[in-house]
Design a protein around this ligand. Structure first.
Ligand SMILES: C[S@@+](CC[C@H](N)C(=O)[O-])C[C@H]1O[C@@H](n2cnc3c(N)ncnc32)[C@H](O)[C@@H]1O
Length: 249
């Protein structure tokens, strides 16, 4: 299966890992299943331990408050979802969605939230079901940005908020060099040494490769806006973290 040329793909097919869309999906499910038990340690290395407070800070700043119904797409082991649950409970609720059974298994051990296996491109929820939709560090894994944001638009209620968190491709040469060294080389080796898992090394290396080839922030912003969202704002922290917030009219 090849990509439709009208799609807005977050990055090109990376031939070092897969040759087409079918292989890409298989690769992703396999690598996240294989590394699920190491993921929290790996994420700690990548974020230099800042992950939990940063996710909570970003959720609050985007307007998440007590009582809201949240969908966390690409829930993984639950890092964004647990921060969201801490804010919305007891009157609100968080639902997590992810294609990887391994990641969902880890999330299930830690979080008392509803967890569903599925992909961002095809959400198994009715229109207007959620007040807030978050996606952490996974926008580069979807097949088509416009189609995915169209799904996000559909399941949010009018006035609902979209928050996307990700790394950003550094724009300066110095930033790119530092990113290449730390995320592209040091983290994969630390991940391998600390977990003993070759897959953990491959995953972290792949994460950098997808980041290095990620479409520019403007393309992501344009895809959000063209899906019907308004007040779309993009922000970058230290040139390395990206945040996109938008509202359904
Ligand atoms: C880097 S992890 C992020 C986990 C979590 N959101 C966090 O902040 O730590 C990326 C997650 O995206 C999931 N994923 C990959 N492709 C996806 C898709 N098409 N739709 C939804 N999630 C996807 C993976 O299974 C994995 O759990």
């Amino acid at each position: 299966m090849n990509r439709d040329p009208r799609q807005v793909s977050p990055h090109p097919i990376l031939r070092e890992y897969y040759q087409d869309e079918t292989q890409r999906r298989r690769f992703l499910t396999q690598i996240f299943d294989d590394t699920a038990s190491h993921y929290d340690r790996i994420a700690g290395l990548m974020s230099l331990g800042s992950g939990a407070w940063y996710r909570r800070f970003a959720l609050r700043r985007a307007g998440l408050t007590k009582g809201m119904k949240v969908l966390d797409v690409a829930v993984g082991t639950g890092a964004v979802a647990s921060a969201a649950a801490g804010i919305v409970r007891p009157s609100g609720a968080v639902t997590g969605l992810d294609p990887s059974a391994g990641m969902l298994g880890q999330a299930r051990r830690k979080l008392g939230i509803s967890l569903i296996q599925g992909v961002a491109e095809r959400l198994p929820f009715r229109e207007g079901a959620f007040d807030f939709l978050s996606m952490g560090y996974a926008v580069r894994h979807v097949v088509d940005l416009r189609h995915t944001f169209g799904e996000y638009f559909r399941v949010l209620r009018s006035g609902g908020v979209l928050l996307i968190l990700d790394f950003a491709r550094p724009r300066s040469r110095v930033g790119l060099g530092l990113g290449r060294f730390y995320l592209g080389r040091a983290v994969p080796w630390m991940a391998r040494l600390s977990s003993g898992s070759k897959e953990a090394q491959i995953l972290t290396h792949y994460c950098w490769d997808t980041l290095e080839t990620l479409v520019p922030r403007e393309t992501i912003m344009a895809a959000i806006a063209s899906s019907g969202f308004e007040d779309a704002k993009g922000r970058s922290w230290f040139g390395l973290l990206s945040e996109y917030v938008a509202r359904k009219p």
